[in-house]
Write a protein that binds this ligand. Structure first.
Ligand code: HEM
Ligand code: PLO
Length: 517
């Protein structure tokens, strides 16, 4: 069988059949904290059994760089949705569903299996030539939007304008900024994926947000990294809801795809759907021709990619923005310093643009520090070894699951001074120049690095700079500052909190500068 070559070589937690190391995992910590704690006891590299799966946990940044970069290809696999289900797991499922009559079992990866039509997406699909081609296609179309940054910038800025107007229309009382931020970020992704723009409150936009929330809630129950196998047994109700949401999503996206097919022209792609449709028939512009590789991209792949761009683009970006806002409420002096930098470098006479990025180093540090201290994806997405390989000199056999604990790396006191404090200055050197330490990897790295990184960075920059140029955020009187512990759903989220916004001088009228029309 495909067991590890020498499981005892990497310090490993004890384990039982079926339950794996579960009895040794103790009380209820989320995976990133649990693994950090176990790392203190077992060393930075250790193994455990998550149910039947031998899993290596990487808590140190040198090992993480081995897994993601140096031997990135060896570890670019994802847990397979169909393979890798052991007999033992099946028997366990049977017993449990028998005992719990009213429940339907959802075994490993079944939620993602449903979500992606069996891996026709990018994030959860195992490594294969078709996956590589597919990923490159998506990556190219993102850089295409990015290159003529003006279009991307225009898309983001118009969403920013409506967000600012919406926030500023609510100046009298404290409110939760999350729904407005989510709407704005969703709007950006809708335009990039299928060129639709929505006004706040429009039915289709609400529908997108509603089904996405439904999916997020059910997936979060199953967890991307199940350490507690019983969580896989979702009640019928949740499974039904998940399926319902996926049906709504697929219906909406199929009709967008149909419209795009009918109106596709030879010109520049209008959006991601166009780019994927074009990629289906050619092997991509400017690529070495691989003949009919594109033919492997089915309509299902296109739909799943579009769906994933939503999921990934909305959850991660809006959550990161909400984390940074939460930290700004804790640190008004940081907010003021960003605003001072904006006043000096941009002023209040014009909107911020991408070309200002180089002039706003402190803002960049605030964004980085937010992603360091609260990485939205604290253990990335599980990787698997595609061949026999090694980590830290230990043999690791094919099929081994590898979890890179970015949380512990981002909080390692040997790498960061006072890692639990929010100190944006740590991203500046003595000369006030930006530095990016090698152990800062909020987007992962290597063959599985986030495909949306440049889009995400552009959005974070334009959203935060525009918000802080135009308004200040503070706590409602008497409210405690936001809880910074967070809650791990499908991403690591802050708990809801309220803000009061006040327009900064010149922006009392909302999104557009007073007097500038
Ligand atoms: C994968 C972070 C925004 C699309 C990932 C991974 C991380 C990450 C940590 C997993 C890397 C790994 O498994 O090693 C983030 C953060 C974001 C962000 C922090 C925003 C602040 C986006 C956006 C998109 C996107 C805007 C697309 C519109 C993806 C996709 C993958 C991915 C498709 C899967 C890549 C693969 O498995 O090959 N992201 N992401 N992400 N991200 Fe992002
Ligand atoms: C979010 C809910 C969507 O309906 C589906 C979806 C697709 C891609 C997932 C995303 C969800 C959650 C965040 C993920 C993203 C791929 C990369 C991203 C996991 C489940 C990260 C950074 O972890």
């Amino acid at each position: 069988p495909s067991g590890p070559l020498d499981p005892s070589s990497i310090p490993c937690l004890p384990h039982l059949p079926v339950l794996g190391s579960l009895p040794w995992l103790g009380g209820g910590l989320p995976p990133h904290l649990l693994f950090t704690q176990l790392g203190h006891r077992l060393g930075p590299l250790f193994a455990l059994y998550l149910g039947p799966h031998y899993t290596v946990v990487v808590n140190s940044h040198t090992h993480a760089r081995e897994v993601l970069l140096q031997r990135g290809r060896d570890f670019a696999g994802r847990p397979s949705m169909v393979r890798g289900r052991g007999l033992r797991g099946d028997i366990l499922d049977l017993i449990i569903s028998h005992l719990m009559k009213q429940t339907v079992c959802l075994s490993d990866q079944v939620t993602t299996e449903l979500l992606t039509r069996g891996g026709k997406d990018i994030a959860f699909s195992d490594y294969s030539p078709l996956w590589k081609f597919h990923r490159r296609l998506v990556h190219n179309s993102f850089t295409l939007f990015g290159e003529g940054t003006s279009r991307l910038q225009e898309v983001v800025l118009s969403a920013v304008d409506s967000l600012c107007a919406e926030l500023l229309s609510n100046q009298t009382c404290g409110f939760d900024p999350s729904p407005a931020v989510t709407r704005a970020v969703t709007n950006v992704v809708c335009r990039l994926v299928f060129s639709s723009t929505y006004r706040p409150g429009e039915k289709e936009l609400q529908e997108v947000i509603r089904y996405n929330n439904g999916i997020v809630e059910t997936i979060a129950q199953g967890g991307l990294v199940d350490i507690f196998p019983w969580m896989k047994y979702l009640p019928n109700r949740s499974l039904r809801k998940l399926k319902e949401c996926i049906t709504i999503r697929d219906h909406l996206l199929s009709s967008k795809l149909q419209e795009h097919k009918e109106s596709l022209t030879d010109g520049e792609p209008r959006d991601l759907l166009d780019a994927l449709l074009k990629g289906q028939t050619s092997s991509g512009r400017g690529q070495k021709s691989h003949g009919s590789e594109g033919a492997g991209i089915t309509d299902d792949h296109i739909l799943m990619t579009a769906a994933e761009a939503f999921g990934a683009g909305v959850e991660t970006t809006s959550t990161t923005l909400l984390w940074i806002l939460a930290y700004l409420l804790h640190h008004p002096e940081v907010q003021e310093r960003v605003q001072r930098e904006l006043d000096e470098q941009v002023g209040a006479e014009r909107p911020v643009s991408v070309s200002d990025r180089g002039r706003l180093p402190y803002l960049d540090c605030v964004i980085n520090e937010g992603m360091r201290i609260r990485p939205v994806s604290p253990v990335l997405i599980p990787h698997t070894a595609m061949t026999h390989s090694s980590i830290g000199g230990y043999a690791v056999s094919r099929g081994t699951r590898v979890l890179v604990n970015m949380w512990s790396i981002h909080h390692d006191p040997r790498l960061w001074d006072k890692p639990d404090l929010f100190l944006p200055d740590r991203f500046l050197d003595d000369q006030g120049q930006r530095v990016t330490p090698a152990c800062f990897l909020p987007f992962g790295a290597g063959p599985r690095v986030c495909v949306g990184e440049s889009l995400a960075r552009l959005e974070l920059f334009l959203f935060l700079s525009s918000l802080l140029q135009r308004m200040s955020f503070r706590l409602p009187d008497g409210d405690p500052p936001p809880n910074l512990q967070g809650r791990l759903g499908v991403v690591l989220q802050p708990l809801p909190y309220k803000v009061i916004v006040t327009p900064r001088s010149g922006w009392e009228g909302g999104a557009t500068k007073v007097g500038s029309g």
